[in-house]
Design a protein around this ligand. Structure first.
Ligand SMILES: [Zn+2]
Length: 429
């Protein structure tokens, strides 16, 4: 039983609107009330000159226990993994009894051709990469065992003779993910053009369509990795529910593409922070912000200060315009980052902080600050059916972030964090 707590005097953004000054009471991990009344017998937290937000969500990551911990330091209370080990089964074995981390959902493995994306990003060589070894040093024996078992299962899957480039193989693959407890299905449509790896093997569209149909039969939504307008077109044709990235180019038929996305009700998680890095920009200025710097270790600082730089001829202006047009067409925009591991060739990103950066870039694209905040809270919850979070409302999880200032006036105020609660427990550091 937790003591009853009340955050008072703060301006409340409930995931949809600014409600003005309200007192938010929570106990035992859940929000009890939202009103102007002062509750009796509650521990009072003064939110004067502050804004209270729902816990933030990152709709595109590849994560680990340590990275989930880093995300929480920046008020991200849920990460959605778009390929990785934290399916329902993975969570049960690897996250048991660990509380000081962001919550997570996962696609499990993504559907990709042998040697297809993201193979081009994985350093070749023998043995376990350094960052994995480093992470394992911090684990308990039990966690280590679960981690090794999960990776062994993944390796066996990769070596199995299931041919995912055929309709039968792709359908089998979807079933396998769902059996492993995947929360949604991820498919890859990537020819490598903007990843400096042209000619990557891909799965034919008819096979992709069979996989999407099967996932829908099994009641799972499908999210497609795309980085070009051409790939986005294929994704729409095979019937996906969401795009895991924004197309980085802007051909003359972009208006038709945007109309099709809007007409079909497809959501888009632009990950502008990633596209900015692909074009050759680092996020060093964000890494050295005094509100950010103390929370990043040297590996992440180095990563933030480097970039992918695989498509230097791309233009940020095209990306901003693509987002603006999608937004004006009424497409649901979700905040995501595609952050994974701290390595210079995957630079410009870090867990947690990059969602704040993404909201800044969404505002630069033309989203109102309130819609940028919605894109990192209620809109993600709605599109991923996370009905217990993403808003501040009675009965929902007490995932809360208290920030100094008013992000409606200056979106970068979301970085001025003074309090973080996940399921009612304070993690402010
Ligand atoms: Zn990704």
């Amino acid at each position: 039983m937790q003591t009853k707590k009340a955050i008072v005097n703060a301006n409340v953004f409930d995931g949809n609107d600014m409600l003005g000054k309200k007192n938010v009471v929570f106990q035992n991990g859940k929000i009890v009330s939202l009103s102007t009344e002062l509750p009796a017998n509650a521990e009072i937290i003064d939110g004067k000159d502050c804004t209270l937000l729902p816990g933030l969500i990152d709709a595109h990551v590849h994560t680990s226990v340590e990275f989930l911990r880093e995300a929480l330091k920046f008020g991200i209370t849920t990460e959605l993994e778009m390929m990785g080990g934290f399916t329902k089964k993975g969570r049960e074995s690897q996250l048991k009894d660990i509380r000081d981390i962001a919550d997570v959902r996962s696609a499990g493995m993504g559907l990709t051709a042998p040697g297809g994306h993201p193979d081009e990003l994985i350093p070749k060589g023998d043995g376990i990469p350094d960052f994995v070894l480093k992470e394992m040093e911090k684990m308990s024996e039990e966690q280590k065992e679960a981690f090794i078992a999960a990776h062994e299962a993944q390796r066996q899957e990769e070596e199995s003779d299931m041919d995912v480039t055929t309709v039968e193989g792709a359908i089998d693959f979807v079933h396998k993910q769902v059996e492993n407890g995947a929360d949604y299905i991820k498919i890859m449509i990537e020819d490598g053009k903007v990843m400096n790896a042209p000619g990557l093997p891909m799965i034919p569209p008819d096979v992709l369509k069979a996989a999407v149909d099967e996932a829908h039969q099994l009641d799972k939504i499908v999210i497609a990795h795309i980085l070009t307008a051409e790939a986005a077109k294929t994704a729409i044709e095979v019937g996906v529910d969401g795009l895991a990235h924004l197309f980085i180019d802007r051909p003359e038929w972009t208006p038709e593409l945007i109309r099709a996305i809007a007409d079909k009700g497809i959501f888009v998680t632009p990950c502008l922070v990633l596209n900015s890095s692909i074009i050759g920009r680092s996020a060093c200025d964000i890494a050295h912000d005094e509100r950010v710097q103390p929370k990043l270790n040297d590996d992440w600082k180095m990563t933030m200060c480097s970039c992918f730089n695989t498509f230097p001829s791309g233009k940020m202006e095209d990306n901003f315009n693509n987002v603006k047009d999608l937004y004006e067409a009424g497409v649901d925009i979700l905040a995501g980052t595609d952050v994974s591991v701290p390595m210079p060739h995957l630079g410009g990103l870090a867990h947690g902080v990059s969602i704040h950066h993404e909201m800044q870039l969404l505002v630069r694209s033309g989203l109102s600050p309130i819609d940028a905040l919605k894109s990192a809270t209620s809109v993600i919850a709605k599109r991923f059916s996370l009905s217990d979070r993403g808003q501040i409302a009675e009965g929902l999880r007490a995932d809360l972030v208290l920030v100094k200032g008013n992000p409606i006036k200056d979106i970068s105020d979301t970085l001025s964090i003074v309090g973080i609660w996940k399921e009612g427990i304070s993690y402010h550091n």
